[in-house]
Design a binder for this molecule. Sequence first.
Ligand SMILES: [Mg+2]
Length: 269
Amino acid sequence: MADLKDITLFLLDMDGTVNLGYDPIDGAKEFLEALKEQGKNYIFLTNNSSKSASDYVEKMRSLGFPCESENVFTSGMAAGMFLEENKKGSKVFVCGTRSLKNELKNYDVDMSETGEDADTVLLGYDTELDYKKIRTVCDLLDGGADYYATNIDMVCPIEGGRYLPDCGSFADMFEQAVKRRPRFLGKPDRTMIDIIAKVQGVPYENIAMVGDRIYTDVKTGINAGVTSILVLSGETTMEDYKKSDVKPDYILDSVKDIYDAIKGGNYEE
Ligand SMILES: [Mg+2]
């Protein structure tokens, strides 16, 4: 287990980790500023593929956090890089938002607008889903197309403590019809961390994954073989942690504890 002081790249979940909705978590801003001061790096990782990286840059800045486009990595970007590297020559039907398709234009991904000539399906958190797209995906999957999805999340939290079905729920819907499951490229798959480690040229022992969800954030870190840090500032309680068979390297109250550790103070494990 790496000492927190040896971590040079912190991969950070957002909601529940550095912010709660529109409120920054106490100490998060100081933590990010300390990383910058010490010449360390941080990247916000999100499974949400319905929005583009620039949407998140804006959101993080509105919370008062220092954030440039290189500080954000979405499951849509991971899908773009994955398809570019592994599916050359394929024609991809994207069941996703216009924003996701725009993101994919940054990569060498050949997209099929109608799906007619596609041999690969990429399912995203499609907040613009309609029956025509559902039909196209089913036809392609029935015909044996390769099948990927951006993220496994079943629900997306919205304001007022309510939820909407997310990409994982859409995948379940298609499974009912065509008995196929996609490979999910977002957290907890290690794909996002592998891509970042390669692009940034940072060894795995100097990377930490920080988040408030055990089965996505912590699991991603464990799957990729980097240091995993659970923060109790969001969804997971100490009770949940005790019941879980997934064990992070560190369990901390919030990112403020990481700030204390890298600043040389004491933190409680
Ligand atoms: Mg979270």
